[in-house]
Design a protein around this ligand. Structure first.
Ligand code: HEM
Length: 448
C-alpha cells in the first residue's frame, strides 16, 4: 500500500514539475538554473547528494515497526514545542509588570497567537504522556539492558529536562494559579532531605516567588534547557543508531535458538552502510510511517488547543492567596494530588521512585527479557506508571484546589507593606469550580 502511495505521489510530483516548467517565464527558470550552477561546487565540497542517497537507501532493523512510535511521537511534540515557543518568545516579556499582559496580548491580538500558545500548552502535557509511554515500552521489553543501558540513563535525563521545561514554563503566564502552584511546589521541594532547601532557594532567588524567580525560570526555560536537550537528544539518537533498536522478546528468543544451532542470525542489527537488502527501508516505508504519525499528533494537538484553550487566572499577587489553583499541566495534577493526599513524604517518595529507575540497568543485567520473569521490575514499573496515571486522574478529578494551608505565609508577612495586612490563608477544603474571580481574567475560554 505504502509503495503504491509512493509511486502515485512520485508521478504526481513529476507531472506537476513538467507543468511548472512549461508555464513559467524563461527568465525565472534562468534564475533557478543559476542557483543550480551554484549548487554544483557546494555539493562537490559538502557531498549533499551522496549523503541524501545514503540516507534514502538506509534500512532499519527488520523488527522496527509501530511499537517504536512513542519515541518518534515524543520527538515530534518536542519540535512543536520548540517552534511554538520560539514564536511566542517574539512577543513575551519576562518581567513582573509585563509577563501577564504580554501573554494576554499574544492570545488576544497577535494573529493566530491563541493557537500557537494553546498548541504549546497542550504539547507540554502530551509530551509527558508520550515520553512515559515510550519509557514503559522500553521497560516492558527490557531494552534498558546492556548494551543500551547508557541510553536508558540519557533517556531519564531527558525526562528530567522535559519536566523542568514544563515546571519553568508554568510560571511564565504570571497569573495567580501559576504563582501559587509554583510557590506550593517550591515549598514541597524545600522539604527534600539535604538538598531541598538549597534547590528551592536557588530557583526562587528571593524569599518569595518574585521577579527574580520569573527571570530565573525564563532563562532556564529558553536558554539553559534548550542547549541541554540538544546535547542529550543528539547523544540519545546517536546511541539508537549505534546499538540498533532492541528486537522484541520472541524475535530475540528465535535468534538465540538459531545461534545455538550455528545458523546465521537474520535479526542481527544491520548497519546502514553494509549494503544489506534486509530490513525496513527508511525511504519511503519508514518516512511515510513517521509522516502519518506526525500528522496524527499534530491533528490531536490542534484539536485539543482549539477545543480546550488554557484559561487565565487573575494576575499574580503575592499578597492575596487565591481560593483555587487550577492545574493546566499533567505533572501539576500529579504533584498536587500527591501533596494533598499523601503529604510531602508522598511527593518525596514518588520522586525518589522515579529517580531510582536510573539504577535499573545496574541491578537487572541478566539475559531474561520476559516481563513475567522480572517480577521486581514489573512491580516497580506498575508503581511508577500506574501510580502516575492514578494520581493524574485523582488530580484532574479534583479540578481546582485551594492552596495548602500555610503556603507562603511567613514570606508574605515579611513582604507586607506597612498598613496592609496579608490575606488570611484559606483552609484546605473541598474543591470549588474554576471560575476566574477577576475582571483581568483571560478573554478566551475557561477550564478544559
Ligand atoms: C525527549 C525525550 C525522548 C525522545 C525524543 C526519545 C526518542 C527516542 C527514539 C526516537 C528512539 C528510537 C525509537 C524507539 O525505540 O522508540 C528511542 C529509543 C530509546 N529510548 Fe528514547 N526518547 C526520549 C526519552 C527517553 C526516556 C525518558 C527513556 C527512558 C528512561 C528513553 C530510553 C530509550 C531507550 C533505552 C531506547 C532504545 C530502545 C530500543 O532499543 O528498543 N528515552 N528514543
Amino acid at each position: 500500500m505504502i509503495r503504491r502511495a509512493w509511486y502515485a505521489a512520485k508521478s504526481w510530483f513529476s507531472q506537476t514539475w513538467v507543468d511548472i516548467k512549461e508555464s513559467t517565464d524563461a527568465g525565472l527558470l534562468g534564475g533557478a538554473r543559476f542557483l543550480g550552477l551554484l549548487y554544483g561546487p557546494i555539493d562537490r565540497r559538502l557531498r549533499i547528494d551522496e549523503a541524501l542517497r545514503k540516507m534514502l537507501g538506509y534500512r532499519l532493523d527488520p523488527h522496527v515497526g509501530w511499537r517504536q512510535m512513542f519515541g518518534g511521537i515524543t520527538y515530534v511534540l518536542f519540535m512543536i514545542l520548540v517552534v511554538t515557543g520560539v514564536l511566542m518568545a517574539l512577543y513575551y516579556r519576562p518581567s513582573v509588570q509585563e509577563a501577564y499582559p504580554s501573554t494576554q496580548h499574544i492570545v488576544s491580538n497577535v494573529s493566530f497567537g491563541w493557537l500557537i500558545r494553546d498548541l504549546h500548552v497542550w504539547s507540554a502535557s502530551l509530551i509527558v504522556v508520550a515520553v512515559l509511554a515510550h519509557m514503559a515500552r522500553v521497560l516492558l521489553e527490557a531494552a534498558y539492558k546492556p548494551p543500551r543501558e547508557t541510553n536508558w540513563t540519557i533517556g531519564l535525563l531527558l525526562l528530567g529536562v522535559i519536566l523542568a521545561f514544563g515546571a519553568t514554563g508554568y510560571l511564565l503566564p504570571w497569573d495567580q494559579w501559576a504563582y501559587w502552584t509554583v510557590t506550593e511546589v517550591l515549598v514541597a521541594i524545600s522539604g527534600f532531605p539535604l538538598v531541598g532547601g538549597l534547590i528551592a532557594d536557588t530557583l526562587m532567588g528571593d524569599v518569595i516567588v518574585s521577579g527574580a524567580t520569573l527571570s530565573r525560570f525564563f532563562s532556564i526555560h529558553v536558554i539553559v534547557l534548550p542547549w541541554v536537550s540538544l546535547a542529550l537528544l543528539s547523544y540519545h539518537f546517536t546511541l539508537v543508531r549505534r546499538r540498533g533498536i532492541a528486537p522484541p522478546v520472541h524475535v530475540e528468543e528465535q535468534s538465540v535458538g538459531r545461534r545455538r544451532r550455528g545458523a546465521p542470525n537474520p535479526q542481527q542489527h544491520q548497519s546502514a552502510d553494509d549494503g544489506s537488502q534486509q530490513g525496513v527501508r527508511f525511504f519511503p516505508t519508514h518516512l511515510l510511517r513517521s509522516l502519518s504519525v506526525t500528522v496524527l499528533v499534530l491533528a490531536i494537538a490542534v484539536t485539543l488547543a482549539v477545543l480546550y484553550p488554557r484559561p487565565f487566572g487573575p494576575p499574580a499577587n503575592p499578597l492575596v492567596v487565591p481560593h483555587e489553583l487550577v492545574s493546566t499541566w499533567v505533572p501539576v495534577d500529579v504533584s498536587l494530588a500527591l501533596l494533598r493526599y499523601l503529604g510531602i513524604w508522598g511527593f518525596i517518595v514518588f520522586t525518589l521512585l522515579g529517580v531510582s529507575l536510573v539504577l535499573l540497568p545496574l541491578f537487572d543485567r541478566g539475559p531474561e527479557r520476559r516481563i513475567r520473569k522480572r517480577p521486581v521490575v514489573a512491580v516497580l514499573g506498575l508503581l511508577f506508571f500506574g501510580g502516575f496515571v492514578v494520581l493524574w486522574l485523582v488530580g484532574r478529578g479534583i479540578g481546582s484546589l485551594p492552596p495548602s494551608e500555610g503556603i507562603g505565609q511567613e514570606a508574605r508577612q515579611e513582604r507586607v507593606v506597612p498598613g496592609e495586612r496579608a490575606a488570611p490563608l484559606p483552609r484546605v477544603g473541598p474543591a470549588r469550580p474554576a471560575v476566574p474571580s477577576d475582571s483581568a481574567a483571560g478573554e478566551r475560554g475557561n477550564t478544559p
